[in-house]
Design a protein around this ligand. Structure first.
Ligand SMILES: Nc1ncnc2c1ncn2[C@@H]1O[C@H](COP(=O)(O)OP(=O)(O)OP(=O)(O)O)[C@@H](O)[C@H]1O
Ligand SMILES: [Mg+2]
Length: 291
C-alpha cells in the first residue's frame, strides 16, 4: 500500500503529495502548460478507437501467457460498447491497452487516424491524462482525501493550480449528485457514492473516451442501477465514446453494441440497432437471441 500523502502535501502540489505516482506526471519533454496539441495527437478525424491485430502476452520468468491475439475492432465516435466475457478472458487487459496504461505485445491502436505506438512514455501519459477517463470496480479513490480532492487529482497531476482545479471538480460532483458530500473523506462514503466520485474524477479533465471496468461490480442491484443510469446520462451529455466491461447483461444490452471476449477471440454478440423491438431481445450476429 503506498504511503498516503497529507492534505498539506497535496496543497503543495501533486509531485510532493504523490511521489509514488510520479510516472503519471508530465515529463519535461512535454510542456507543462499545454501543450501537446490534441488535434496533433488524435488526428483530424472524428475521434474513434481502432484496434488492429492486438496481441497481449504476459511474461514472468520462463513462462508466458498469451491472453489474446489477432484482435481487431473499431469503436465509433459517440458509441457505447459493452465488453463481456468470462473471468480471465482478458477484458481488463484489453481495457488497459485501450486506455494506454499498457502496450500491446503486437498490433496497433489508433485514436482517429493517430497511432499511439510511437508515442514516448511521457507522451502516452499526457495523451491518457487528457483524452481518457477511467472508472474501476472499486478501491480507486484515496480514502484519506475528500471527494473534492479526489476529483481534482487528474488536474493537479497535470500541473493545474488548485484554485483552477476546484471549480470543474465541484461542477462534476454536482453533476454526479454529490453536492452535499464534497467535503467528506472518500473513505466515509458508501460504495455507490464512491463510484459517483470516481465518475466525476473520470470526467473532470474533459476526456473524449470513458473506459469503465465493472463499474457496478461491487454494488447491490439498486445502487448499481443508479450508476448505470448516471453512466448513460454522462455518456450522452458529454458526447463520450464509452467502453464498459460488465458482467451485468441487463446493462450490456442497453449499450449500442455488445462485444464478447472468449478464448482469445473477440466477437460481436449483438448490435443493439438490430434489436428485435417486438420481443425486446438482443439478436446476435449469429442469429441467436441473447439476454
Ligand atoms: N500483470 C499480469 N501478469 C501476468 N498475467 C496477467 C497479468 N494481468 C492479467 N494476467 C492474466 O491474464 C489473463 C486475463 O486477465 P484479465 O484480468 O484481463 O481478465 P478479465 O477478463 O478482466 O477477468 P475478470 O472478469 O475476472 O476481471 C488471466 O489469466 C490473468 O491471470
Ligand atoms: Mg477484469
Amino acid at each position: 500500500m503506498p504511503q498516503i500523502a497529507s492534505s498539506a502535501a497535496l496543497a503543495r502540489g501533486p509531485e510532493e503529495a504523490f511521489p509514488f505516482r510520479s510516472h503519471l506526471l508530465p515529463s519535461r519533454a512535454v510542456s507543462q502548460s499545454g501543450r501537446v496539441s490534441l488535434k496533433e495527437m488524435a488526428g483530424d478525424e472524428a475521434l474513434a478507437i481502432r484496434a488492429e491485430n492486438l496481441a497481449k502476452t504476459y511474461r514472468s520468468g520462463t513462462t508466458a501467457i498469451t491472453v489474446f491475439r489477432g484482435l481487431s475492432f473499431e469503436v465509433r465516435k459517440g458509441e457505447s460498447v459493452a465488453l463481456v466475457g468470462e473471468s480471465g478472458a482478458g477484458k481488463s487487459t484489453l481495457l488497459q491497452l485501450l486506455g494506454c496504461l499498457d502496450r500491446p505485445s503486437e498490433g496497433s491502436i489508433y485514436f482517429g487516424s493517430k497511432g499511439i505506438a510511437n508515442l514516448t512514455d511521457a507522451e502516452l501519459s499526457e495523451f491518457r491524462n487528457r483524452m481518457i477517463g477511467f472508472v474501476w470496480q472499486s478501491h480507486s479513490l484515496l480514502p484519506e482525501f475528500t471527494a473534492l480532492e479526489n476529483v481534482m487529482m487528474p488536474l493537479l497531476i497535470r500541473g493545474v493550480p488548485r484554485r483552477q482545479a476546484e471549480p470543474p471538480a465541484r461542477e462534476k460532483l454536482e453533476e454526479t449528485g454529490l453536492r452535499d458530500r464534497m467535503s467528506n473523506r472518500a473513505g466515509e462514503l458508501s460504495g455507490g457514492e464512491q463510484q459517483r466520485v470516481a465518475l466525476a474524477r473520470a470526467l473532470v479533465a474533459g476526456p473524449a473516451v470513458l473506459l469503465a471496468d465493472e463499474p457496478t461490480g461491487s454494488l447491490d442491484y439498486r445502487t448499481g442501477e443508479g450508476i448505470v443510469q448516471l453512466l448513460e446520462n454522462l455518456h450522452r451529455s458529454h458526447q463520450l465514446t464509452s467502453v464498459v466491461v460488465t458482467h451485468n447483461l441487463a446493462f450490456a444490452r442497453r449499450c449500442d453494441r455488445v462485444l464478447t471476449l472468449e478464448k482469445g477471440t473477440l466477437a460481436a454478440v449483438a448490435d443493439n440497432a438490430a434489436r428485435n423491438q417486438e420481443s425486446d431481445r438482443l439478436i446476435g450476429a449469429d442469429g441467436n437471441t441473447y439476454v
